[in-house]
Design a protein around this ligand. Structure first.
Ligand SMILES: [Zn+2]
Length: 155
């Protein structure tokens, strides 16, 4: 039997529209110290560490990603910035600049891990600690971070 447009369908439809409107109207952000949008979305190890070769080719054809593993060369800066904000350390995202030397990467790794350890027990903290180890691996290989290839590679 076909459903008629019963009168009690309408409030539900209106409710959905309202829900969408609410979702599109996020909490006021003026109190936030930063906006994730201000950061480059992706930094990559410079040079890449997943394997040797021309950086852009290594990044575009990552063996780890092909095996559904996490690429060691990619740092999703905005995700990290969001997690930092969630644990009240959005200020640390400022260290994730467009170009970092290996020493700086190591320094940032230490700062992230210290901050995340203090906020232990949250998903954000677990992700940040994982990121700190990724950064340390990059620094240990003598690589820095760059945004040079960010427009040319996928996440
Ligand atoms: Zn990779």
């Amino acid at each position: 039997m076909p459903r008629t447009v019963a009168s009690n369908d309408e409030p539900a439809a209106r409710h959905d529209v309202n829900a969408i409107a609410l979702r599109r109207d996020p909490l006021p952000r003026q109190t936030r110290r930063y906006r994730a949008e201000q950061y480059v979305w992706l930094l990559t190890a410079d040079p890449p560490i997943c394997r040797e070769g021309r950086p852009i080719e290594v990044l575009q054809n990552c063996d780890r990603q092909r095996r559904n593993e996490r690429c060691w060369c990619r740092l999703l800066v905005r995700d990290v910035a969001d997690d930092l904000e969630q644990i009240g350390r959005g200020d640390l995202a400022e260290f994730l600049e467009s170009g970092l030397e290996a020493d700086d990467v190591s320094d940032v790794a230490g700062r992230l891990r210290s901050a995340a350890t203090l906020a232990q027990g949250t998903d954000e903290c677990d992700r940040l600690i994982a990121v700190s180890y990724d950064l340390e691996r990059i620094a240990d290989r003598g690589s820095g971070l760059t945004d040079r290839y960010s427009d040319d590679v996928d996440a």
